[in-house]
Design a protein around this ligand. Structure first.
Ligand code: DGP
Length: 114
């Protein structure tokens, strides 16, 4: 999608601090980190939100979670714990309409979230 900022990051049209990449998935540091570790993991193909997932995306989402597990270990937060967040839609707090998963760690998170 031409006006999607995360598609532009995936296509290297705008710079980002990339921490992982393969043919289908890319992960980069959040521009406005809310924790010492704050990585966004996205599919390279444009999927607007969790609401737009198709049956064919099942293995892609599984792969994204495998990468999240690897990155949590690489970033050294796997043993102390971390949070994975997907914001979906307006009330969910989604501001970028390309599905993404926040990997957040390095501090204590509260529950319930705000
Ligand atoms: P959400 O609210 O779940 O849609 O989160 C969107 C996140 O994307 C937010 O934490 C800030 C981040 N973000 C927005 N624009 C950019 C960008 O251009 N580069 C990077 N690295 N992160 C961005």
């Amino acid at each position: 999608m031409t006006d999607c900022i995360f598609c532009k990051i995936a296509n290297k049209e705008i710079p980002s601090d990339i921490v992982y990449e393969d043919d289908k998935i890319i992960a980069f540091k959040d521009v406005s980190p809310q924790s010492p570790v704050h990585i966004l993991v996205i599919p390279k193909k444009h999927i607007g939100s969790l609401n737009d997932l198709d049956e064919e995306d099942t293995s892609l989402i599984g792969d994204i979670f495998k990468i999240i597990k690897k990155l949590a270990k690489d970033m050294g937060v796997d043993e102390e714990g971390y949070r994975v967040v997907n914001n979906c839609g307006e009330l969910g707090g989604q501001t970028v309409h390309h599905i993404h998963f926040h990997l957040m760690g390095g501090r204590k998170f509260s529950w319930p979230p705000g």
